[in-house]
Design a protein around this ligand. Structure first.
Ligand SMILES: [Zn+2]
Ligand SMILES: [Zn+2]
Ligand SMILES: [Zn+2]
Length: 145
């Protein structure tokens, strides 16, 4: 007798599992983890969740720093805005690397804010220009590129 009740856990023979977000029945290989223990969300939904989380996090950081490029005022596209450490020697961590941590804003908000205080917001164009001028300031070599 193998009439087992439908448990949340995938047991032998149950190849499909319902994703808690998109409510679709998907093969267990569509989930992270393995057959016996896998995520409640399918890979697709999980990666969307991560992207949203990262976007939300960046939006908060951007808002915190005024929401636009401090040089030219650009504010159209979130992903074209960068955080620039005004004093690289002061840099504890890159803001971008932090966005990958789970629930980063909730747990480390004060740490992040103190790091953001060392940053200015620049659009990618201004950011590149900034680093270009920094490079020539610090090294007298312009033949690098
Ligand atoms: Zn899903
Ligand atoms: Zn700019
Ligand atoms: Zn920079």
């Amino acid at each position: 007798m193998h009439k087992s009740a439908r448990s949340k856990k995938l047991v032998n023979g149950q190849e499909f599992k319902k994703c808690k977000i998109c409510k679709e029945n998907k093969h267990y290989t569509s989930f992270y983890g393995n057959r016996d223990k896998s995520f409640s969300y399918c890979k697709l939904c999980e990666s969307k969740r991560v992207k949203n989380r990262q976007r939300e996090f960046k939006q908060k950081c951007v808002d915190y720093l005024g929401g636009k490029c401090s040089n030219c005022g650009y504010d159209k596209c979130l992903s074209a805005l960068d955080f620039h450490h005004t004093d690289p020697s002061n840099k504890k961590f890159g803001i971008a690397s932090y966005s990958k941590a789970r629930n980063c804003w909730k747990i480390n908000s004060s740490e992040i804010m103190s790091e953001l205080d060392k940053c200015i917001l620049l659009c990618s164009n201004c950011h590149r220009e900034k680093h270009d001028s920094l490079n020539t300031e610090y090294q007298n070599r312009t033949d690098k590129f």
